[in-house]
Structures are given as C-alpha cells and as structure tokens.
Design a protein around this ligand. Structure first.
Ligand code: RIB
Length: 312
C-alpha cells in the first residue's frame, strides 16, 4: 500500500443551496442548509484514503464540537489522525459555501486553527513524511509551513504535489521541491503572470512554472478536462461527462487521486485520467468529502467506457 501524507486545512463547511449565486449587495433566498466536513487538506486526505492509500493528515482543529466531528469524519474514511493537534487558542476552521442549482459555488473561509499550523507540526510528523511516497499540500495554511513541508518531503525522496489553492504568490524556492502542481486556470494565471484565454496560454503559463523547477504542471479545466505540461510538451486529457450536483472539492479529489496513482507508479497521463474520473464522480455528489472509493472508481471507468462504446 502506498503512503500519502497531507499537511493542510480542515473545515466544517456550512452550505446554503440557492437557485442562483447572489451579486454584491443582493440577498437571495435559498432552499437548503447543511453542514458537511471540508477543508482542502482534509478533503484530499479523505480522497487519498478512499482510493486505497495509507493516509496521514497533519493539521490542527480547535477544542470545539466541529473539531471532534471533523476528526471523526476522517477516521470513518480511515485517515490516520495521530498528527492532528488540538489547539486551544482559536476555533476550528469553517467555510461558508453558497451552491447554485448548476453545482457552482462561492466560498468564504474563516481559517481559525488552520493558520496556526507550523513547522513544529511538520516536524512531529517527520517520520511518516519520511516514509511517504507522496506529500500533498495546498495553500490554506501558513506559506512558510507549506514551503517547509515541501522541502522535508522532497529531501526524503517523496513526490511533492502542490495544489496552489487559493492562489497566492509563491517563493521561488518552493518550485524545485514540487513534482506536480495542480492549478486551475485562475491559479495558473496568477502564478505565471500570463492572461489565460486559450489553450496556448495554458501551455505558455505552464512552461514558466516548469522553468522555475516544477516537473509537471497539471492544470484542471473543469468540464474541459486537464492539461499535463512538462519540459517535453503538453497533453490534453478530456473530462468525463456527468450530471453535476456539487463542484466543491473537485480540485481536491483530483489532486489526491493524482497523488495516489503517481505513488503507485502510474505514468502521469494515466494518473491524470484517473484523477479526472475521480473528480467527475465527486461532482455527482454533495459535499467536499464525497470522493469515490477505489471500487467505485473502477466501476465508473468500466461503465463509462462501455457507455462510450455503445454511443459510438
Ligand atoms: O476545495 C473546497 C474546500 O475549500 C471546501 O471544503 C472549503 O472548506 C474550502 O476549504
């Protein structure tokens, strides 16, 4: 079994479902409220564990009801929670998610304990990071902790995968630690300084990050699939067509699936196909931690391929 460590955020997601997303100064009356576990880091950990990796989550929660509920949710998905610190100084991270009837969202986050995740948390988990095949990171925790975790992972020979969300400028140092970066269009544009209007811009922008030291830039394009860019060229990997319920966390599931299949030794293009499929299954369900199990993924791929053959 491959080992994946995730250093990152964990939230209780407060969802309101609405017919349409509000504009500034507008009030829209919704038709449903629910609380579900989330946070980019925790979402990635759950997805990696469901896809069959021995998964460790390194993060912080507050000493409050959300913290314990979120830890329970991780345990149910068989994520190891030994490296979660309970931090008395502030609240567990929360996110407010507005979700429209097309499955698109707007998200606001109050990070709470996420913003206290430190190098010490990474050091406490040094053993598991040291024996991880892949270290998965995102940007909802302090940047110096992300850079430190990337460095520790890289030094120990793990493949470091950085999902640069939400986008912020990164120190030059970090790029050389990263095996694969998984930005969406907006994040790619911000990191590269290239305005993304078409496919050629994606390739140009990806190459800028490759020149900084990243081995693969895997850009997620929603219903347009994803693009793998390396020093050798660019390959477009199409999306799977599904009925969209909730796109929240699709990028997290994509990054986690990529991490698991790369850890298993799969070629990056095939791993990207699997990640597209895992993300497609996720968006058919509510909640950011509704990643498919490995069995569900395999079943989906079999039935999807059959459906494609029949419709041809
Ligand atoms: O990527 C989706 C996640 O972003 C949500 O679960 C929310 O908590 C925010 O962190």
């Amino acid at each position: 079994m491959v080992v994946v460590s995730v250093v990152g955020s964990i939230h209780m997601d407060f969802y309101i479902r609405l017919p349409k997303l509000p504009q500034q100064d507008e009030t829209v009356v919704g038709y449903g409220f629910t609380m579900l576990p989330g946070g980019k880091g925790a979402n990635q950990a759950v997805a990696a564990a469901r896809l069959g990796a021995e998964t460790y989550f390194i993060g912080r929660v507050g000493r409050d009801v959300f913290g314990s509920q979120l830890i329970d949710a991780l345990k149910i998905s068989k994520v190891n929670v030994d490296y979660i610190t309970i931090d008395d100084t502030t609240h567990t991270g929360v996110a407010f998610i507005l979700l429209n009837s097309s499955g698109e969202n707007m998200i606001a986050v109050a990070p709470g304990t996420d913003h206290r995740i430190s190098k010490d948390d990474v050091n406490r988990a040094a053993d598991v990071i040291g024996r991880s095949n892949t270290v998965l990171l995102q940007l909802e925790i302090p940047l110096d902790t992300v850079v430190y975790a990337a460095k520790i992972g890289w030094r120990s020979g793990a493949h470091v995968i950085l999902n640069p969300a939400p986008a912020i400028q990164l120190p030059e140092e970090v790029y050389k630690y990263v095996y694969a970066m998984t930005p969406n269009r907006v994040e790619l544009s911000m990191l590269s300084g290239v305005k993304i209007e078409g496919f050629n811009d994606i390739i140009r922008a990806g190459r800028i990050l490759i020149e900084k030291g990243v081995k693969y830039v895997v850009t997620t394009l929603g219903s347009d699939g994803s693009v793998v860019i390396s020093e050798y060229g660019a390959v477009h990997v199409p999306a799977y067509k599904v009925k969209v319920v909730d796109t929240t966390g699709a990028g997290d599931v994509f990054s986690a699936a990529l991490a698991v299949f790369i850890a298993e030794g799969m070629d990056i293009i095939d791993a990207c196909r699997m990640a597209n499929a895992a993300a497609a299954l996720k968006i058919t369900r509510m909640g950011a931690q509704s990643a498919p199990s490995r069995e569900e993924l395999i079943q989906f791929l079999k039935s999807y391929d059959m459906a494609e053959v029949v419709s041809r």
